[in-house]
Write a protein that binds this ligand. Sequence first.
Ligand code: R5P
Length: 296
Amino acid sequence: MTSVVLSVPGSEASAERLRTRLGAEVGAAMVRHFPDGELYVRIDSPVAGRDVVLVCGLDRPADKILPFLFLAATARDLGARRVGLVAPYLSFMRQDSRFHPGEGITSTYFAGLVSGAVDWLVTVDPHLHRWSSLAEIYKIPTEVVRAAPAIADWVKQHVPSPVLIGPDAESEQWVAAVAERVGAPYQVLEKTRRGDRDVSVTPPDLARCDGHTPVLVDDIISTGRTMIETVHHLRGHGVREPICVGVHAVFAERAHDELLAAGAARVVTCNTIEHPSNRICVADALAEGVRARLGS
Ligand code: R5P
């Protein structure tokens, strides 16, 4: 039977891109607030015996988690065969350790919540740093979709003679994969984060940027400080204006504008989070990941 794609409010565009690629049915559901702030949830499409694909972008997660959990529980309660979560951006992954006494390791707690709510998870480039794979914390089958091929295609089409730059050790996994596909050199810098907005990054090797367009690649742009610090190193040294590429356009507050103001020639992101900077579509790759789960 055809699977049903249901969107958690706010993820409609992403759900529709996926649905058309899967040839799945669009599911009808309602999530609304009662006057007292509690949630009303209803699924109008028949889901009994069917695969339900729940799409929920998890940036700014606080308002999305309860609708997601309630929709998943309702689908199961109505007899869905399996319920899967497609989270193009998977939040909480950066809190993967107790950095200070008393802190919660929320990546683990969130993984526990999701693992109890759905049968599988598909996401794009989760922030795997101290966790080496999602299987370390998720108890359900997971599929990780890579944005590198789509990013590499974009770089090849739009950037003459690029040199790829990863602003921190974690970014090597993304920057190396893109550089290999583009056939371009890359370098990885070292970052020290002392606070949410207090970041320093070691200077890039400017000699290796000579004659190239620097393309900074990172998984998440949040406050933008990581990218901004790297852009500052590049500006004013006769190097071409850098292009900033992020997989996930989290962009806290005015981060996007601040990054442009710092001297980025362009800021380009994948469409895992809807944002005006989205230029790189990962929907085909995401659909592949979902097919792999539905077919298993
Ligand atoms: C963490 O290491 C990630 O890969 C990113 O570098 C980080 O999330 C970027 O955050 P921000 O934009 O706040 O510097």
